[in-house]
Design a protein around this ligand. Structure first.
Ligand code: HEC
Ligand code: HEC
Length: 237
């Protein structure tokens, strides 16, 4: 099948891109030897130290998050990502990045400021055990964009050096916890567009962190990004 050939051709690329991702994750999961957050200068503020996560505690302390992220952490707001069903490795990394003010968002800087490493691990474990939210509806004019987004998602565009999103995020958009690849199925649409623009336009963190998305989005136009935004928000349909 033509698609299989294309997939195997692209496989080497994500593997190479993941090497930094894997080393960053190995640091955070092991804890030993990793400097604590806010530790010595030159340490990686994204490396967390925690014991076996406690989802019940995560549930308790994430009550305050539901006003924005939605009841049961399923978002009802197009501009706010749902957290339900997101992989815990990805949620931990994002909360550590907000707390260290490496990822932009004044709203989330305040929310993450007082969370300990253990709180972050507990919330991430709780959220990761929930079912992802339902698909978002696609408005009339956007159905053509959705079709374009679907093709880019599953097949990429070889001549333009665009890698299929499915290679890393999976055909179902559920990503991979071990590799730190976010689940993006049914992602809140406006947030999806904003986060893609953020990956494309803001500098990288400057510490070990998966940069796959930044590299991957380089050849994509605004219209390509809008198309995949529409598609991933509605994937469950
Ligand atoms: C006042 C509203 C608000 C509250 C309260 C809030 N958040 Fe957020 N959160 C946001 C917004 C908006 C974003 C998107 C940030 C961006 O990228 O611009 C976000 C992003 C995130 C992300 C990144 C998700 C992703 O898919 O990348 C995580 C994780 C997160 N919040 C966790 C939490 C947790 C845990 C709490 C509670 C301790 C919380 N938030 C409370 C508004 C809020
Ligand atoms: C080479 C692997 C790779 C490819 C290809 C890839 N991604 Fe990603 N993606 C990642 C990784 C790794 C992350 C987590 C990045 C981080 O931790 O900051 C991610 C994160 C994301 C996020 C953020 C999710 C959130 O909740 O904020 C979105 C949205 C996303 N990808 C969409 C896409 C789309 C759309 C495509 C195809 C156009 C794509 N990705 C292709 C590896 C990839």
């Amino acid at each position: 099948m033509q698609r299989t050939v294309r997939l195997s051709l692209w496989l080497a690329v994500p593997l190479a891109l993941f090497i930094p991702a894997i080393s960053a994750l190995a640091q955070s999961a092991g804890g030993a030897g990793a400097p604590p957050a806010g530790g010595p200068p030159g340490g990686n503020p994204l490396a967390l130290t925690f014991k076996t996560p406690d989802p019940a505690h995560g549930k308790e302390i994430s009550q305050s998050c539901q006003g924005c992220h939605g009841p049961g952490l399923v978002s009802k707001d197009e501009a706010v990502p749902g957290l339900a069903g997101q992989h815990s490795s990805y949620t931990r990394l994002q909360l550590a990045a907000f707390r260290a003010k490496l990822r932009p968002s004044e709203v989330m800087w305040k929310q993450a400021a007082n969370l300990s490493d253990q709180d972050i691990a507990d919330i991430a474990a709780y959220a990761g055990g929930l079912q992802p939210g339902p698909a978002w509806a696609v408005a009339g004019a956007d159905t053509a964009l959705r079709t374009k987004g679907e093709a880019l998602f599953h097949m990429g565009d070889g001549p333009r050096n665009i890698i299929a999103c499915a290679i890393c995020h999976g055909a179902d958009g559920r990503g991979d916890d071990r590799l730190g690849v976010a689940s993006i199925t049914n992602l809140a649409p406006r947030y999806g567009g904003e986060v893609l623009a953020e990956f494309k336009n803001t500098p990288e963190f400057g510490v070990p962190h998966p940069n796959a998305m930044r590299i991957m989005l380089r050849p994509m136009t605004d219209e390509d990004m809008k198309a995949v935004e529409v598609y991933i928000s509605s994937m469950g349909k």
